[in-house]
Design a protein around this ligand. Structure first.
Ligand SMILES: [Zn+2]
Length: 360
């Protein structure tokens, strides 16, 4: 069973709603701290709330808090909870879909509310799985961060176990980089994601920040950085989804990617060091590919990156084999797109499985 946590922002809650969520959190925090000291915690049911307060509080939250305090008391030495967000089990917080709009409904101090949520493209995939019964919704939590309210929902799913087949299923190799954000190879079939548009947009953000820097507009710089990483994240979600779909169409059971952690440390040239600035985005893309692939029951491996861009399929290794986008073997004359060749070498795992980085 694999579990992920989905964070959904509540769409424009009114001031009154925000105040109520805050009040619920305050009550729940006091109640959780009271429970820590309560002698009968072991056998507590929702009825103990009456011992704590005369006020009304949704029994769904009471039950969840009792459950969580029990397990937290056993697992850690929590003396006092600074804040205890309201939690709900899957019966009490429900995900709903109406005309392609997603809502969550849960009990509050007043009544049950159904609130629309802000959805990122990739999240619809998960919510639909929950609604179709293909993934299981676990506990959820109502929390606040920087004035915005969210619900986080844990979702677990059974990765499909690949069946044994007599024919070896094809292996996909994925090269992530700058000129091409990703090149995915299955046999001789390839899928390219060009990097020039992304590079253009990132340059625009960078030059805008230079101007802001000259004017010492630190707040605006931070906002611009957030906007850029949000934009990159969306793009990585789209690319990773397309790659995993491409893998599914081709019957892939195993995806291989390079372990890029070593490259970061051993950057030898300025150009290579420039790669580091982009490494977080590449790392994020690999992470997204990995979890989406696993959700479809595929296996993911990280391979050592040495020689992947310099080795020919005849086995000859030479750094002169590669000249920017072109790969041409100095021994047998084989010609190919450099990233396609690298993708193939990654799928063949020419330098072995990485010992440092394992698929999580
Ligand atoms: Zn060759």
């Amino acid at each position: 069973m694999e579990t992920i946590s989905l964070k959904l922002e509540l769409l424009n809650p009114t001031k009154a709603k925000k105040e109520m969520y805050k009040e619920m959190t305050n009550i729940n925090t006091s109640f959780a701290n009271w429970l820590l000291e309560y002698q009968g915690l072991k056998d507590a049911t929702s009825k103990v709330y009456k011992l704590f307060s005369d006020g009304k509080f949704p029994s769904a939250i009471v039950n969840q808090t009792i459950r969580e305090v029990k397990s937290k008391k056993n697992n850690q030495k929590a003396k006092v909870f600074r804040r205890f967000w309201c939690g709900f089990n899957n019966q009490n917080l429900k995900v709903e879909k109406e005309n392609n709009l997603y809502k969550v409904s849960f009990p509050t101090l007043e009544k049950r509310v159904g609130v629309p949520v802000v959805i990122e493209t990739y999240q619809t995939h998960w919510l639909d799985k929950v609604l179709e019964g293909k993934a299981k919704q676990g506990a959820a939590e109502l929390y606040e961060k920087k004035g915005r309210w969210y619900v986080s929902i844990s979702i677990s799913f059974e990765p499909k176990i690949p069946k044994f087949e007599s024919i070896k299923p094809p292996i996909m190799g994925i090269d992530v980089g700058l000129n091409y954000l990703a090149v995915a190879m299955v046999g001789t079939t390839s899928l390219f994601f060009k990097g020039n548009e992304a590079a253009f947009i990132r340059r625009k953000y960078a030059s805008k920040r230079r101007v802001l820097g000259q004017n010492k507009k630190l707040d605006a710089i931070r906002k611009s950085k957030n906007k850029e990483s949000q934009w990159m994240k969306e793009l990585n979600h789209v690319i990773s989804r397309k790659i995993v779909n491409f893998a599914l169409e081709n019957g892939v059971r195993l995806i291989r990617m390079e372990d890029l952690t070593g490259i970061r440390k051993t950057a030898k040239s300025k150009k290579e060091a420039g790669r580091n600035l982009h490494s977080w985005a590449q790392y994020q893309l690999q992470t997204f590919i990995e979890y989406k692939a696993k959700m479809e029951g595929m296996e993911v491996q990280y391979v050592n990156p040495y020689n992947t861009s310099q080795m020919c399929k005849c086995g000859y290794v030479d750094k002169n084999n590669r000249n920017r986008h072109l790969f041409q073997c100095g021994k047998c004359g084989y010609k190919s797109h450099a990233d396609v060749n690298a993708g193939l070498n990654i799928s063949k795992c020419v330098s072995g499985i990485s010992k440092k980085k394992k698929a999580s």
